[in-house]
Design a protein around this ligand. Structure first.
Ligand code: CU
Length: 167
């Protein structure tokens, strides 16, 4: 194998194979409320319950800046009572990104007077990165659960690998 050939193969792996692997395991961006965005008219908790939020994913709140805002609340009680006074964080750019960096439940509400009471609030539960959306027992986190998840990737790569060794 010539040096040129070797370099071509390395180039192939770096440019074609690695980005595909990276894409497969990359985080998901969830646009809150779907196409309508962070709006009073959207049933935000219905939207949220249809999603699977994994550690590393991001929430993107899209709305008209000045009309709404995003306030993160620290507890279920604050969430239930729309107690915005004890907020953990507040954003108002109209395109706010929140990273879901750990497993657990987080609470968001609109900071505009009256909006939270009208139902503009949402609860988000984040699960572990490679776990299914329902809590898994220890046996489920083994190769048996891992393999089906990554099987499409293997299928995708096998022709590429065969091609690679034939070249
Ligand atoms: Cu609002």
């Amino acid at each position: 194998m010539s040096l040129m050939e070797g370099m071509c193969k390395i180039f192939f792996v770096l440019v074609i194979v690695l980005p595909l692997i990276a894409k497969q395991v990359s985080a998901t961006q969830h646009v809150v409320g779907g196409s309508q965005g962070w709006e009073e008219s959207v049933d935000l908790n219905s939207w949220a319950s249809a999603q699977t939020f994994k550690v590393g994913d991001q929430l993107v709140f899209k709305y008209s800046s000045g009309l709404h805002s995003v306030v993160e609340l620290g507890s279920e009680t604050a969430y239930k009572n729309c107690d915005l006074g004890t907020s953990l964080d507040s954003k108002n750019t109209g395109k706010d990104v929140v990273k879901l960096n750990k497993v657990g439940t987080r609470y968001f509400a609109c900071g505009t007077l009256g909006h939270c009471d009208q139902g503009m609030k949402m609860k988000v539960t984040t699960v572990a990165g490679n776990a299914p959306s329902t809590p898994a027992s220890d046996s489920d986190t083994s190769a048996a659960a891992f393999f089906p998840r990554y099987f499409p990737t293997f299928l995708l790569f096998s022709p590429l690998l065969i091609l690679y060794f034939l070249l």
